[in-house]
Write a protein that binds this ligand. Structure first.
Ligand code: ADP
Length: 371
């Protein structure tokens, strides 16, 4: 849960339990208490640290009633309670409740103390989650910048090596040809890895993502199929694309949705031997759009199923067929699918084939990605 949601839930629970007319939470930022959330207080009422808050931070409940020498109450309010919010090892902040009429009873005070202890645990969890997300986003930004810088030298090296292999730099001996072909295969893998790391970083850093719109699914799958058709032909795999009868749309980014289908179709081609078929179908059912990518390939062993979406995981039979892969594609696919509020399912039988089904809430009509 996000910190804002935790604070809203806490304030609502406190207001309901003791019939408070207003509630506020102040949290420690370094040494200072700062306003974190408020409800029911006049908009122009400043919410800031006051002298008795230090007592509250030390663990004391402070009662404020009209005429308090150090703490004025907002106009129209008669009483306030300042409840400490603390973890065993450190104070976190102050929960303030306000009432227009009558003071708070000792039983209400007890109840609020218990509630604020629970609230403190939830706030700490939300703060730690936010910190982890911040670190994750910083890591993603770093990977994005580093891999972006690696992309062009790899592409240049790859094209130079290809030219040498093609004989543009003069005839090669068989041994030289073999060595350059191996360098080229390694560069292929590096290129894949860099592209996958870039995609992964993009899928994890929300600020790198474009704004979502209603993307046309037929067109997105069509682009992916068109892009991969030459690869399927080159390998002798039959790629069949059956667009849906009606215009389907899901909330996503065009680039993200394309990436999902490119990854799934690319895997289908990669893990299907020559002569096999990869079929892409789609449809709409009960307010959802589904896309299925089925292949007649090597299949996925049951013991690999639980690990498929883990970073860098590759099943032993995939490694055995020597297909270039990084084990990042499905991680990226799942993160994107979940970002667009969808789900992904897989059915597979070793030696027979695999079907990946992605499902998203349907929206419409499409506003982008029609080309
Ligand atoms: P990779 O780069 O290895 O293809 P992915 O993350 O895309 O990485 O997929 C992870 C693993 O899932 C693959 O290494 C392979 O073992 C398995 N896999 C994915 N798609 C298929 C498929 N269509 N058929 C068989 N195995 C697949």
């Amino acid at each position: 849960m996000k910190l804002g949601d935790v604070l809203d839930t806490l304030m609502a629970a406190a207001a309901r339990a003791v019939r408070a007319d207003a509630v506020a939470v102040l949290l420690l930022e370094g040494e200072r208490l700062t306003a974190a959330a408020r409800r029911g207080l006049p908009d122009d009422w400043p919410l800031e640290e006051s002298p008795p808050d230090r007592e509250t931070l030390a663990g004391q409940v402070v009662r404020v009633e009209e005429g308090h020498p150090e703490v004025p109450l907002p106009p129209g309010f008669a009483a306030s309670l300042c409840i400490p919010m603390a973890l065993p090892a450190r104070p976190l902040g102050v929960l303030r409740v306000y009432r227009r009429e009558g003071p708070f009873s000792p039983a209400e005070e007890e109840y609020l103390l218990a509630l604020s202890s629970l609230g403190a645990v939830a706030i700490q969890a939300a703060q730690e989650t936010a910190e982890l997300e911040r670190i994750e986003a910083a890591k993603s930004r770093f990977i994005h910048v580093a891999t972006h810088e690696l992309r062009s030298p790899i592409a240049v090296a790859q094209s130079l090596v290809r030219n040498v292999v093609k004989g543009y730099a003069g005839p090669l001996t068989a041994q030289q040809k073999d060595l350059f072909a191996r360098i080229s295969a390694r560069l292929d893998f590096l290129e894949h890895l860099v592209n996958d790391l870039l995609d992964l970083a993009a899928s994890r850093a929300p600020e790198l993502a474009e704004e979502e719109c209603a993307v046309a699914v037929n067109a997105s799958v069509g682009r992916a199929a068109l892009l991969l058709m030459p690869r399927a032909e080159e390998k002798g795999v039959n790629l069949v694309f059956r667009p849906c009868c009606e215009e389907l749309a899901v909330m996503a980014t065009e680039e993200g949705l394309d990436r999902i289908f490119v990854n799934l179709i690319e895997n289908g081609i990669k893990y299907t031997p020559p002569g096999g078929t990869v079929t892409v179908t789609m449809g709409r059912e009960e307010g959802e759009v589904w896309v299925k990518v089925s292949d007649t390939g090597i299949g996925i062993p049951p013991e690999a199923m639980p690990h498929l979406f883990e970073e860098f995981y590759r099943a032993p039979n995939a490694r055995a067929v020597n297909a270039v892969g990084t084990g990042l594609g499905l991680t990226i696919v799942r993160e994107l699918v979940e970002r667009y509020r969808g789900r992904i399912e897989v059915e597979s039988e070793v030696g027979k084939g695999t079907t990946f089904t992605v499902t998203f809430p349907a929206v419409g009509p499409p506003t982008c990605g029609l080309s």
